[in-house]
Design a protein around this ligand. Structure first.
Ligand code: UDP
Length: 411
């Protein structure tokens, strides 16, 4: 990690005036405290973003804390089912499961200091904390206490009704909800805000690397650079469709030589990972050109190098809240082929920065097309980087958070 990054370092990367705007907005909420709560410090896009927000809010004069709820294995099994159900999978919930969810939230509410001016609760896992805090339940009525916002990072376009009804009883107590896409907005009696997630261009995951750094990292990971590399970086989660990526690669491989790298790692709040990884290993068996890399959570540099070494970034999700890996790939000047799902469709401009696909065959077709048209692939990568610069960098995200804080605290 390069030493201490400061806001002014972003001036050379982000659109003009962005930093000045940030400082002006921050001036309106200076000294007002902000708390983020989620369910894991490592693994997945939410932890990735929170780790980047904290030092920048601090520098902007907004005292910020990031707390993580803790829970037993059973709790995370329930919340993973809830997550799957909210993303549209049929799941069964027993009364015991829902009770375990509530009990863990109650314990965490007693343990955590939830007394900041603005409290942002991320995703379903800690959503019920609000029930167990001392703040009055009648949100948005000008009463004492901090302003509470629920931020949803998942693809809530077609939630299983029972799961959403369960979660909704907590969400309606908040002062507002943030969704990543307009399509995820729900029927709610509270204000809903739209904030796209973002990547940090100066983080270890996204900073520029030299060709030598990329080569050294790939050598260490045991991935030769003798053929074009297709890369998907994802938790091992069925919604990310890693087996579908292997099947698409196999179709490509009948005609065009290439390697496939599936890089993933565990997330503390995702108990299904090991099982999905076993399925992926089984699907990849017997092909020395498929590299399944199980990376530690802090392998940001390695992910960065892999994304830079790849010819094509794939993110073949069937459901996706946003998909930071898409923006990460585009930022590295790569064309991205993504599943036609959630935030992926918001990031990929069809035929300009990449393609969205709905099948294994479609994915293979687009991969082959790009492998045969390297000039187009490189032009798409260039467009992708500029699109991310305009829309998906952390500075825009921070400005929207600050604007929301201004609205909540001065309303
Ligand atoms: N990631 C990583 N190592 C892994 C797998 C994922 O660093 O082995 C990172 C990835 O680079 C991205 C984030 O985790 O920054 C995943 O975010 P995304 O929005 O794509 O998916 P989520 O896991 O939140 O569903």
């Amino acid at each position: 990690m390069p030493e201490a990054i400061h806001l002014d370092d972003y001036r050379r990367v982000v659109p003009p005036q962005t930093i000045d705007l940030l400082r002006r907005l921050a001036g309106r909420v200076r000294g007002r405290s902000l708390l983020h709560v989620n369910s894991t410090r490592v693994g997945g896009g939410v932890a990735e973003m929170l780790s980047r927000y904290v030092p920048l809010f601090e520098e902007l004069g907004v005292p910020v804390r990031w707390d993580v709820i803790s829970g037993a294995e059973e709790f995370f099994r329930v919340t993973k089912s809830l997550h799957n159900a909210l993303q549209g999978q049929e799941q069964a919930f027993t009364a015991e499961m829902l009770a375990a969810y509530l009990e863990t939230n109650r314990e965490n509410a007693a343990r955590l200091h939830l007394d900041s001016d603005v409290v942002i609760i991320h995703d379903p896992q800690p959503a019920a904390l609000i029930v167990f805090t001392r703040r009055p339940a009648s949100a948005g009525t000008g009463r004492e206490g901090g302003r509470w916002i629920w931020r949803c990072h998942i693809d809530a376009s077609r939630p299983q009704r029972r799961a959403w009804a369960f979660l909704r009883q907590f969400v309606t107590r908040y002062d507002g909800a943030i969704f990543s896409l307009p399509e995820f907005a729900q029927q709610l009696p509270i204000p809903q805000y739209l904030i796209h997630p973002s990547i940090d261009p100066l983080s270890e995951k996204n900073r520029d690397l030299t060709a030598e750094e990329v080569a050294a990292a790939l050598d260490r990971l045991g991935v030769p650079r003798d053929k074009p590399i297709l890369l998907q970086v994802s938790r091992f989660d069925r919604f990310k469709d890693p087996v579908g990526v292997i099947n698409a690669y196999r179709l490509v491989k009948k005609h065009d030589d290439c390697r496939l790298v599936l890089a993933g790692g565990p997330a503390d709040d995702d108990p299904e990972g090991a099982q999905v990884l076993a399925e992926v290993m089984a699907a990849a068996q017997g092909d020395a050109d498929i590299h399944i890399l199980v990376l530690p959570p802090a392998a940001h540099y390695e992910v960065n190098a892999l994304q830079r070494a790849a010819s094509i970034i794939v993110q073949k999700s069937t459901r996706e809240g946003f998909g930071l890996t898409v923006a990460e790939g585009m930022w590295k000047g790569k064309p991205v082929i993504g599943g036609h799902a959630g935030g992926i469709t918001e990031q990929i401009i069809e035929g300009v920065t990449g393609y969205t696909v709905t099948s294994v065959e479609g994915c293979a077709y687009r991969v082959r097309y790009l492998l045969h048209n390297p000039a187009l692939a490189s032009q798409m990568g260039h467009h992708g980087r500029e699109y991310v610069r305009e829309r998906f960098l952390i500075t825009r995200d921070l400005a929207e958070h600050l604007a929301l804080m201004v609205t909540l605290l001065h309303a």
